[in-house]
Design a protein around this ligand. Structure first.
Ligand code: UN1
Length: 516
């Protein structure tokens, strides 16, 4: 197998820093080996990006956006192949992988026309013969680290608007999905994006390319940083960016609540909880963390939900019937298993848990191989969780969610807001009083009413509060503020020195004007 390294747009055949992309449903199957970018290669990539910026920012925005329209079209043409690569590389079911690519196509469609807007404003001046206007200007070199769970949609949320706005991009692609990332970059270049304008760096996180890219912020040359991943790492990136006056776009963890009130449509809420909790094997930042059930419906609701869970099919992610496939990698599986050991206490009631095996089988396993060939884990529901429990406020990122009981609406809000995170949330109810107050009082950046915590649409602002981020938002028109800076222009045509905020005769004359 040949190592694939693609730094600064060129392939290098050898490197001492090799890592291998494996199929998590069958880890004997090695997909491709990759060479991790070194600190020196990162430096070279930053220099190349700086050079490329000079011409890319001069390229008219509608021309830049045409390239994105073309990229969207190539994604559409390659949707099935790219989705299949994604599924075999990071294990999400094929139908979800198709949805992941579709999200990127939708993002391209949205921003392809934004290149013809990127509106500024004209503003009236307080002086005669003077024009005031505002322009969105690109920020410069944008470096970004994304996670493997959304290997096409999430990078598109960053890079599509960043490129339309005139920035140049350096991407540390996820260690768990390098082949998918390689394909993404190939399509972007095939769409006409110059190589220096969009560069990919392969490698790991701590102690590897990701860490070195963050350290490169200290050397100058990076103007903007994006990160999707854990709160712990995001906080460190935010600190470094803060020291260098670089604004970071941080999309971090979640402990997302889903509340079911006493008047809810229970069957609908069961579907929502199931999908929020176990879709993508719980490996979404928007996955369900705490299921908060009103005491009046707790028992019938949980009975229905557990019955449904007992019937789900788990296994080969290429099979259309599976609810979820393997964990993304051995690391994600072992983190999940150690969470179970660390966080589940004696007073909790737990439905099935652990890694799937011959000794610990799942009754509705789907697949030709045995589950031990991959990183498959049981669904875990932890009941009787209390606000003081560590598991209540710790992100677990696996097929696991908690169950809590609330006495009334006020307590539901209190439990929903109490974890310190604030990414996504959901409530199931028909009561307009509850809905009105929920929208106002829930502290998360995104909330759903009678829908799941996951699956935000591609053109609404995506992002969180508290430990879920630094207030930055992606997607839709809101992300433009991440990738542009406002420039204010004063254009004086009067051939006089007209001054604002100084009492010149002209200003006095204006101030003295009275309506009799
Ligand atoms: C993530 O897990 O980082 O709303 C992103 C959702 C998806 C995106 C998740 N559209 O669940």
């Amino acid at each position: 197998m040949q190592a694939l390294s693609w730094v600064c747009g060129k392939k290098e055949k050898t490197s001492s820093n090799i890592f291998i992309s494996k199929n998590p449903a069958n880890f004997q199957k090695e997909l491709r080996s990759f060479a991790a970018a070194t600190p020196l290669q990162i430096r070279e990539a930053i220099q190349k990006a700086q050079k490329s910026y000079l011409s890319w920012k001069q390229t008219p925005a509608p021309v830049r956006a045409n390239m994105i329209a073309h990229f969207g079209e190539l994604l559409r043409q390659n949707k099935t192949e790219l989705s299949r690569i994604m599924t075999s590389e990071m294990g999400k079911p094929l139908k979800e992988a198709l949805g992941d690519v579709q999200e990127a196509i939708d993002t391209c469609q949205f921003f392809a026309s934004e290149g013809r807007r990127l509106y500024g404003m004209t503003v009236p001046s307080e002086m005669p013969q003077k024009e005031l206007s505002t322009y969105r200007r690109p920020v410069g070199v944008f470096a970004c680290i994304t996670a493997g769970n959304f290997p096409v949609a999430v990078p598109s949320w960053y890079f599509v608007p960043a490129l339309v706005c005139g920035n140049v991009c350096l991407w540390k692609a996820p260690e768990d999905a390098p082949l998918t990332s390689y394909y993404f970059a190939k399509l972007l270049h095939a769409a006409g994006c110059p190589e220096g304008v969009f560069q990919v760096l392969f490698g790991g996180g701590a102690g590897s390319t990701g860490q070195w890219l963050v350290e490169a912020i200290e050397e100058g040359g990076i103007d903007k940083f994006g990160f999707t991943g854990s709160t712990e790492v995001g906080r460190r990136i935010g600190e470094i960016c803060g020291r260098h006056l670089i604004s970071a776009c941080l999309e971090l963890g979640g402990k997302n609540p889903l509340v079911v009130m006493e008047d809810a449509n229970l069957d609908l809420a069961v579907e929502g909880a199931l999908w929020s909790g176990l879709g993508t094997a719980g490996q979404r930042c928007t996955s369900l963390g705490n299921l908060i059930l009103h005491k009046k419906i707790k028992k019938p609701f949980l009975d229905k939900l557990l019955k449904k869970i007992a019937q789900i099919k788990i296994g080969d992610p290429m099979n259309k019937q599976v609810m979820y496939g393997p964990m993304m990698s051995e690391k994600f599986m072992s983190d999940h298993l150690s969470n179970l050991e660390k966080l589940v206490k004696k007073h909790h009631r737990v439905l099935t848990q652990g890694r799937m095996s011959k000794e610990n089988p799942w009754p509705h396993w789907v697949g030709k191989r045995s589950p031990e060939a991959g990183y498959f884990c049981h669904p875990t529901v932890v009941d009787q969780v209390k606000p003081g429990d560590e598991i209540y406020s710790t992100e677990t990122f696996g097929p696991l969610f908690n169950v809590m009981t609330c006495q009334d609406f006020e307590q539901a809000i209190h439990l929903a807001n109490g974890t310190g995170y604030g990414l996504s949330s959901a409530i199931y109810t028909q009561n307009t009083f509850y809905i009105y107050h929920w929208k106002e009082k829930i502290s998360s950046g995104m909330t759903s009413i009678n829908n799941s915590t996951t699956g935000a649409e591609a053109h609404l602002p995506f992002g969180g509060n508290g430990k879920s981020g630094n207030g930055s938002r992606q997607s839709g028109i809101w992300v433009l503020d991440q990738f542009t800076r406002w420039q204010a222009v004063n254009w004086d045509l009067s051939q006089k020195l007209q001054l604002a905020q100084i009492e010149t005769p002209q200003i006095r004359a204006n101030l003295n004007f009275r309506i009799n």
